[in-house]
Ligand binder design. Sequence first.
Ligand SMILES: CC(C)(COP(=O)(O)OP(=O)(O)OC[C@H]1O[C@@H](n2cnc3c(N)ncnc32)[C@H](O)[C@@H]1OP(=O)(O)O)[C@@H](O)C(=O)NCCC(=O)NCCS
Length: 145
Amino acid sequence: MSPRVLLRPVTEQDLTEYFGRQLDSAAVARLRAGVSAPDGRIRTIVAAGQVVGYIAHFRRNGQPEVSYWIGEQSRGRGFATGALEQFLREIALRPLYARIAKSNVRSLRVAQRGGFTVIGEDRFTDARGQEVEEFILELGESRSG
Ligand SMILES: CC(C)(COP(=O)(O)OP(=O)(O)OC[C@H]1O[C@@H](n2cnc3c(N)ncnc32)[C@H](O)[C@@H]1OP(=O)(O)O)[C@@H](O)C(=O)NCCC(=O)NCCS
C-alpha cells in the first residue's frame, strides 16, 4: 500500500523555501505561474508533516496533463505513487494524459501504477538543446474508477 500523503494548496512559503532550495529559478517561476493559472491545479505533497514535492495538472494544446516531482531526498518511498492515487481521486478529468521521457523508468512505473497506459510516443528538444524521446500515456474514462 502507498504511504499516506496529503495534498494541499501551494503556499508562498513552499515556493520560496522548499521549492526555492531544490529547483532552479526557471522551474520555480513556472510553478508560481501555474499556481495562479485558471485552467490548472497544483498541489504541494505533504508526508508525515513534511513537504516532499508537488503534483499538478495543466493543459497542453487543450489536453489535460498530469505531472509530478518529488524532492531528491524523499524519492523511492512511494510518495509519487501515493500522491498520484490521491490526486486522481480529487480530479475528475478524464481522459488525462502524461508525457514522460522514455529514460524516466521510475516515473513511467508511477504513472502505470496509477492506471495510465502508453498510447504513443513523441520527441522534444530539452533546455540543453538535446532531443528527448518520450511516451504519451493516457488514463481513460473506463479507468477513472
Ligand atoms: C519520478 C519521481 C516522481 C518518482 O518519485 P518517487 O516518490 O521516488 O516514486 P515512488 O516512490 O512512488 O516510486 C518509486 C519507487 O518506490 C517504490 N515504492 C512504492 N511504494 C513504496 C513504499 N511504500 N515503500 C517503499 N518503496 C515504495 C516503488 O515500487 C518504486 O520502485 P520501482 O520503481 O523500483 O518499482 C521522482 O524521482 C522525481 O520527482 N523525479 C524528477 C522529476 C520527474 O521525473 N518527474 C516526472 C515527470 S512526469
